[in-house]
Ligand binder design. Sequence first.
Ligand code: DHE
Length: 681
Amino acid sequence: MCIMKAIGISCTMVPLLASLAAMVGGCGGDQHSAHVSEQGGGGTGGDMVGHGGHGGTAGHGGHGGTAGHGGMMGHGGAMIEAGEEIYRSICIACHTIGGGTTTRAPDLQYMFVKHPGWWNKAWIADPAAMAEADTTAQQLVAQWGYIMPDFDLTAEEIMSVMQFIHNQTMIGPVVQPSPVDLSSAQYDATKQTYFNRCAGCHGTHRGGGVGPAIDDTHAKALGTETIKALLDWGTPRGMPAWGREGILTDVEREQLAAFLQLPVPTAPEMPLDQIKGTWELVVPPSNRPTAPEHARDWENFFGVVLRDPGQVAIFDGDTYEQVATIDVGFAAHILRSSSTGRYFYAVGRDGRVTLIDLWTNPPSAAARVQGCYDARSVESSKFLGFEDQYLIEGCYWPSQYVVFDGLTLEPLASGSVLGNAVDTNLPLDEVRVASIVASPFEPVWALSLKESGHVGVVDYSMPGFPLVEKIPVETSLHDGGWDRTGQYFLVAAQSKKKIAVIDVQNRAVTASIPTGDKPHPGRGANWQDTVFGWVNATTHLGEGKLSVYGTDPVGSPQHAWQVVREISLPTAGGLFIKTHDASPWVLFDMPLSSDPTATRQVCAYSKASGAVDHCFTPSSAGRAVHFEFNRHGTELWVSVWGDPGEIVIYDAISLVELGRIKGLDTPTGKFNVYNTAHDVY
Ligand code: DHE
């Protein structure tokens, strides 16, 4: 039985990243045994009686989750056993005991030697209060970049877990149980769960990305219980709490822990002929309206991703009416506009692309296709003379890009992005296409190639749409966007803690700006700073910091490509930042914070003062995520994930609430037609 349920610990984490990439895996087989030889044993038992003091500890020898405390009797033994259960279901996610500091948290033996009992007790009881008042706690937070979550343990539970840790220091590392055996059906189902929930961050072939590598070697080193606890509680650095959020059951976590300790299966390819087979032209261009069928200002439409139902809702930005709802694919991810703005292109995590015609009444799907099993990005051709002509889709799997006709989605070409990594020069079997931008200066798209660390340049004026250049940058490239000129592509190299600056026109890396742990700018935000000229900014997933960097090599060369303002924030978990020329504010969210209050907040940085002016809470529940301005920059739209979700609309200057669109299922990214077509951010 789950110890958390048994002791009634409250669940404070709410779903995020709830549905990820859907994908068909390759490997099958009959019986997939994850069983490794049973470690530990029954434990020899100690002779501890009473309050479980220092001496006479139990013989450890944990097997499937219970230690061998056979000889322990009375309150002390029971207490240590209770403490062990808590340790094995919570603390083990991040801490070892005598096993060495992990990348997630310090070793507990070390903590107990270094700090007195009262201190450890106070820290476990209320980490946030300690971080506020105690200098040792502050040093710890500074070192690790986050405050340990508060697990709401009672005084008795804290005592028991401390007793357990105290006694463990004499015994050595905790032995983890063997993984369960998986039947063929369980293996296949778990493989799908991995692709749906984990592959987006850890890679199709489990080589890592936003999250660390979890191939079988890494997984075995973590151990069954550590993996299960990580899946249950998530981490303060952004891994969702799949168990606490009610998305993965105890059994599913157990099976995932076993699956991850088995060799990595190979995923299938998707050649162009197969992609062509998925193409569905719903309305040929010749049958489409030649002028809008409605009188609405379609350039002020908002396309809103409803992630969990895999839909896009189209809203009239003037009246807030929902004018259409269109199915677009599993865990819909983002929208991009054609360069005239008439069409939206939606991409689902299952690689399905949907072309939405905004001139029909109501707006409707005009074509569909699937270019990948797993994808996150699309972009249209934006260079003069190529308006609405082409669309590119970047795949997470297979390692390729696909080019479609922009009006029909007919698949035209695909190209591999496999290659060697920029740092090791070793060949890779998985290279994911992350963010894509379309140059306003030439007929090219710039593609972030995550694992290899290149920015690829695809020329859509050339036959076959070739990858004409691979600019070596940094590995772990993720999200990014243009500077205000459209010459420099600013993209996060997340694990390198940098924003890379690529001069796409000159095919060169201009700078690498060290900003902080796991920068996550979305497409970023461009504005004119009172001192430093044009700047851009990012918050971070891994630490509480807003970094503002100069992007004005012409007007303010002495500040270009350097962090010019650094603002410490109380919490990590930032995802998006956004502004508009018409607004005095730069807004940012922190939906992946481990502090539930912060997840609901939006903070407003003042362009005038160069400081965070205030934060506000769009909703008393759920999480605030992602922003978009309306066409003229007079309104700010914020998504709230709740039950149900909603969009809250603010005046872009006063930040006074103007309205709410309620009853939406997981509203996430919002894309105003004009702003998306013209790269306004
Ligand atoms: Fe996204 C943009 C990848 C999780 C909402 N996301 C992007 C981009 C990439 C990416 C590569 C840039 C696209 C571009 O500009 O061409 N996202 C990933 C992941 O790999 C990751 C971490 C895990 C996964 O498996 O998908 C992930 N993303 C999320 C979420 O959990 C979010 C918050 C909600 C959701 O969709 O489930 C989310 N991502 C978004 C949004 C954008 C985005 C709203 C577009 C931002 C913009 O303003 O352009």
